[in-house]
Design a protein around this ligand. Structure first.
Ligand code: FMN
Length: 171
């Protein structure tokens, strides 16, 4: 089944905007993870630092379709305090068995910041099929081209995606 689900965690809205663009351009449904400790009007600063330092988890709710019903799940996540946010880590842990094929968009403070890829790969036990990094600054400037490029690559009929190692071409 060539089906795609976008799963996002966002504190200040940039990752959510990226997920919304993928939905608008491809019709892919979006599920959102909420950190039950968060308050929308006061995005945490100290909390992500403590989560990172203490390697602690987070109570979450997830509103969206069951990831197990989709072939590919696109994870859209910021990095906070050098790590994938605790709420996203909790989601990945809960759904690890269902997330056999993921692509990742990391929202970063700068081009040279560490992406979510190594940590997500470690949590799931396998590498993503595709990934991209976007900076908060470029998203705030309204840059949408990189998101469009990422989505186009993941189109179910993409030969680059379906035959990555063999060099086979589509029929
Ligand atoms: C407390 C805090 C810690 C952050 N730590 C990192 C980090 O370690 N690496 C990084 O690339 N960006 C970091 N950022 C920047 C966020 O990734 C950026 O603000 C992003 O836009 C947040 O995504 P959102 O708008 O979807 O919540 C941090 C931001 C905050 C507020």
């Amino acid at each position: 089944m060539d089906s795609m689900l976008v799963v996002v965690y966002s504190e200040t809205g940039l990752a959510r905007d990226v997920a919304a663009q993928l939905h608008a351009e491809h019709g892919w449904p979006v599920g959102e993870i909420h950190d039950l400790r968060s308050h929308p009007e006061t995005p945490g600063v100290l909390r992500p630092l403590l989560d990172s330092l203490l390697h602690r988890g987070a109570p979450i709710s997830y509103q969206g379709p069951d990831p197990g019903d989709f072939r590919t799940v696109v994870i859209v996540t910021p990095m906070l305090a050098g790590h994938v946010p605790a709420a996203m880590r909790a989601f990945l842990g809960h759904h690890r068995e269902q997330l056999r094929r993921v692509a990742i968009i990391s929202i970063l403070k700068s081009d040279d910041a560490v992406s979510a890829v190594p940590e997500v790969a470690q949590l799931l036990g396998h590498a993503p099929i595709h990934n991209a990094t976007l900076t908060a600054a470029e998203l705030e400037r309204g840059s949408v081209a990189a998101v469009r490029e990422f989505g186009a690559f993941l189109q179910p009929r993409s030969t680059a995606l379906q035959f990555p190692a063999t060099g086979l071409s589509a029929a």
